[in-house]
Design a protein around this ligand. Sequence first.
Ligand code: SF4
Ligand code: SF4
Length: 322
Amino acid sequence: MTKSEFGRVFNIQRYTIHDGPGIRTELFLKGCPLKCEWCGNPESHKSIFEPGIYPSKCIGKDKCGFCIDVCEKKESLVFKDNKLISIDRSKCINCMECAIACPSDAIKMWGEEISIDDAMEIIRKDIPYYEKSGGGVTLSGGEPLMQIEFVKGLLRKCKREGIHTCVESTLCTDFETIEKIIPYTDLIITDIKHMNTNIHKKHTKMQNERILENIKMVSKINKPMIIRIPIIPNVNDDMENMKATADFILDELDNNILTLQLLQFMRLGEEKYKSLNMIYPMKDIEYDKDKFLEKVKSFRDFFKEKGINCIVGTTSKEKSND
Ligand code: SF4
Ligand code: SF4
């Protein structure tokens, strides 16, 4: 098998209902060009596999110590009171031997390689659910288009077998890359995180011009598309940004989207950040959840008044073109 027939994933979830219509099998691919402060999947950021540490599950090096036996860079393993508490990332070479050897899930391997054939085997198991619910397969991440050959190959196989396909992407790439998956993709889900490129860059590490251009191109070729705005307190929860987003959808996209979904901020993934020795960027955020939901609903009403098909969340019925 060639390299392009393998993908790097950090999760495969069956029976998901949020990313596309019906019941879906969702593959989350590793690697992402953006680093959004509110990201709930920090294990997706890097393309390489990484060990994640869960100290409470460590049996103790006096009783076990398998990680020490197999580690080539033993100075990477940081113990306290006998328990593995972290990994010194400047010394670790991400070989994953410790995760393989650990008998107690104290070291989780973030990432695994999967072939297109093996992915198809998992996907085929759920065909009856897709048929009953109008579901299918969603490729998400991270940014799936960073592994374009694997993604294209997998989508093509799904389409050959009559399976509905959805790609959830930042669209932060060249349009030539996006074009490669267009014939095999029934639905694209993407985000507009902020209309102001400097604020976008401040909170995601990337500017938004290329993303907005690609959204325009996807709309122009009439590919069914859902746009999401993750509404984040003190980042993009202001009317000026909502107005700019509405203008973009109406003037630049001719309102040619299936749905605008407003996703309310939730604290997600803090344990995973810890497991990777990363600081959770939203740790100091304080907000009133109920009041915030009211605010998000008022944004929804604003978009609806403008004639944009807008919902809060992901699960209201979407009109489908296919
Ligand atoms: S990933 Fe490899 S180098 Fe890093 S701590 Fe584990 S065994 Fe050691
Ligand atoms: S192999 Fe796992 S359980 Fe054993 S000492 Fe290392 S981290 Fe702890």
